[in-house]
Design a protein around this ligand. Structure first.
Ligand SMILES: [Zn+2]
Length: 376
């Protein structure tokens, strides 16, 4: 399989199809980007989307809503083994809701994590590739449904011209450890930048060759890991673009305490990085964080906050903080857009309803008054 930026995919589509389908048009568009600098790929994609793109919503928590048991060190990646049909379903639900970018189930899929479960390295690598294939298959199903006109659209005309990218998720070292350090960013002195590079190297190489359109480095909790990712992208000459997305618990710094501005500088200076942003962070911090990011980068800004609830890692539960404003989540989107963000979605505990409402706001159909109810 080839990613949507690769020329060989275009020629193979054209060879087998005399009448250009939506898929061909999409692929031709992406193909025209082949000679562009990696750095402009996201800008071109955003132009094609009308200036703003919709990212999908919470993936693991949506799997859980569909009955998946992800109480496991592999978290959502467990479903790649036990219930891949649910992974497809969640991707499709988000596509149906208007997502332009779907993020794979590989957030907590690591070779080390799979091997710890008794799988071989070969099986672990296959599962990583599979996470991307499943997203591609969901996109194909979605395109076919669009072409056949058999889909129920919430807002006329949008879905039929909906460009879609597949972003291969990479979660942090802390996510693999599953010991809470995902949200503290504290790995201890024995973990150096080289440790992190060694940990992530093979997975990033596999995902590069998996056919994914880009790599989404998500929920980055410290500057060291951002530096490790940037080094890896350069040193391994990874030839698909990436976005770096950080978390924050105070609107100023990442969990480890490094300022978001310092972290964003690392991302900004890496030429493979085509968007910089914030995910899995309370919506109430996003506004200020966008302003901070804008101080140090002109690259597109991606924001996909969580529902505003706080995860209690000890009891494995999402706790309402009392400050989250479910009804206002979507009304923030137009403000975030005014501050300079251009990709919007949701993270943990957000649902296809959230994404549908975001898509409506961005399409100008709904003036931000949607009431979103997060799941209980
Ligand atoms: Zn999240």
């Amino acid at each position: 399989m080839h990613n949507a930026f690769s020329r060989s995919k275009i020629t193979s589509h054209l060879r087998y199809s005399s009448t250009p389908s939506y898929r061909d048009v999409h692929t031709l568009f992406m193909g025209s980007l082949v000679k562009e600098e990696t750095s402009s790929l996201m800008t071109k994609f955003l132009e094609k989307c009308g200036g703003y793109a919709v990212v999908d919503g919470g993936f693991a928590t949506e799997l859980q809503r569909h009955g998946a048991d992800i109480n496991d060190p592999l978290w959502s990646a467990k479903c790649l083994i036990t219930s891949p049909h649910l992974v497809t379903k969640v991707h499709l639900d988000y596509l149906e809701s208007g997502a332009n970018i779907i993020i794979t189930a590989s957030y907590q899929a690591t070779i080390q994590g799979f091997v710890a479960k008794g799988l071989s390295v070969g099986e672990a690598e296959s599962l990583l590739r599979r996470s991307v294939e499943i997203a591609y298959e969901a996109r194909e199903i979605f395109y076919n449904r669009c072409t056949k006109g058999s889909w129920d659209f919430d807002y006329a005309g949008k879905a039929s011209g909906q460009p879609v990218l597949v972003a291969a998720s990479v979660g942090s070292y802390g996510a693999y450890l599953a010991d809470g350090s995902e949200y503290s960013g504290i790995y201890g002195d024995s973990v150096s930048k080289e440790t992190l590079k060694d940990f992530h190297r093979r997975r990033v190489q596999i995902l590069e060759k998996s056919g994914a359109d880009l790599i989404a480095f998500e929920a980055i909790p410290n500057k060291l890991e951002a530096e490790a990712y940037a080094d890896l992208l350069e040193e391994e000459e990874i030839d698909i673009p990436a976005w770096f997305s950080f978390t924050s618990k105070d609107g100023v710094s990442v969990p480890r305490g490094d300022s978001v501005v310092e972290c964003a500088k690392v991302a900004d200076s890496c030429k493979k990085v085509v968007a910089i942003g914030i995910n899995c962070t309370s919506p109430r911090f996003i506004h200020d964080l966008i302003i901070s990011l804008r101080q140090v980068t002109r690259k597109p800004i991606v924001v996909y906050p969580n529902s505003g609830e706080v995860y209690d890692g000890l009891n494995k539960k999402w706790i309402k903080s009392g400050e989250e404003s479910e009804e206002d989540f979507v009304s923030y989107v137009s403000k975030w857009r005014d501050e300079g963000a251009s990709l919007f979605g949701g993270c943990c505990r957000t649902t296809p309803n959230t994404i549908r409402a975001i898509a409506k706001v961005l399409s100008g159909e709904c003036p931000a008054a949607s009431k979103i109810k997060f799941e209980q």
